[in-house]
Design a protein around this ligand. Structure first.
Ligand code: MEV
Length: 308
């Protein structure tokens, strides 16, 4: 192994369609410029070294590393994987999927290989089951595609369509300090769906229609229509029981500050929100006053993230 072997993957923001995407409906998502870097060296593994002490209390990343090594035919007891993340964990920014894809890329490089995108998506989704039981694969897709805005439908292989946007999308992300559990949100919804399938399938269909309207709005550069799609999606997510008082408070603060639309993003159940904000500084200040950390992200015309 020429040392160290490196892999990088992106964080993500789900614009529309989280949760329903697990049930075969489309989602609209974008990769972020920030992400996770993994490095693989020879050593007495299996070991995962992270700059984030909170990972020490979570055995899932180390399991993902060991399983990824096994999938790529490497002996996990002979390697050490170091991970550096620019993504807060449990904030809806896809940190576990970015970790999985970065590790897969670094391990493949260590084995003298380069994985095809289709393999990264399949293996990424498989490894994400370690973090939550029923991943759609949208998070590893964003992690692998990087800063690109795309429509996604789950499957083996998934259907991924990169979008060309008529105008940049000014977004503000807000998240609280308390990490949320995607596994708990996805598992809770699955139990409610199993108890009342017809009601939930109807709500998932409503989200699918909202996503398609949002895709058209994003492509046309119609921020007002995209904002309306955000608000409509949030109403259905609340009906599905995956929103929270903390999320609703952040959304209300963003709307009062001139947001065109606001919704939870990712698993929900905590404080991660995404806002369509033509005046990002004003919305970010309002979210900060409401107790959130913020990140302004502008998704550029070809989906790339541009400086906010
Ligand atoms: C989590 O970022 C998005 C969910 O839709 C789960 C998934 O798609 O795997 C809640």
């Amino acid at each position: 192994m020429s040392e160290p072997a490196r892999g990088r993957a992106a964080g993500k923001v789900i614009l529309l369609g989280e949760h329903a995407v697990v049930y075969g409906r489309p989602a609209l998502a974008a990769g972020l410029a920030r992400g996770v870097v993994a490095e693989v060296r020879r050593g007495a593994g299996p070991a995962l070294v992270s700059e984030r002490p909170e990972l020490g209390a979570d055995e899932r990343p180390a399991r993902a590393v060991a399983e990824a090594a096994a999938l790529l035919g490497l002996d996990p007891t002979t390697i050490v994987v170091t991970v550096r993340s620019a993504l807060p964990a449990g904030a809806g920014l896809g940190s576990s999927a970015a970790l999985v894809v970065a590790v897969l890329r670094a391990l493949a490089a260590a084995a003298g290989r380069r994985l095809a995108l289709a393999d990264e998506l399949t293996l990424g989704r498989r490894l994400e089951t370690i973090f939550h039981g029923h991943p759609s694969g949208v998070d590893p897709a964003a992690a692998a595609l990087g800063p690109v805005c795309f429509r996604f439908v789950s499957g083996e292989p998934p259907a991924v369509t990169r979008l060309t946007l008529a105008a940049p999308l000014p977004l503000v992300l807000g998240f609280g300090d308390r990490p949320r559990s995607t596994a708990a949100a996805v598992g809770g919804l699955r139990a409610r769906w199993a108890a009342e399938p017809a009601r939930h399938e109807r709500l998932f269909d409503e989200i699918a229609a909202i996503v398609e309207a949002g895709v058209q709005a994003a492509e046309a550069g119609d921020l007002a229509a995209l904002g309306r799609a955000f608000d409509a999606n949030q109403a259905v997510l609340a009906a599905l029981g995956v929103s929270s008082a903390e999320t609703e408070a952040l959304i209300a603060a963003a709307r009062r500050a001139g947001a065109l639309g606001a919704k939870l993003t990712g698993g929900g159940g905590g404080g991660a929100v995404v806002v369509v904000a033509p005046e990002p500084a004003r919305v970010a200040a309002a979210l900060a006053r409401a107790g959130a950390r913020t990140l302004a992200v502008t998704v550029g015309p070809r989906g790339e993230e541009v400086a906010a």
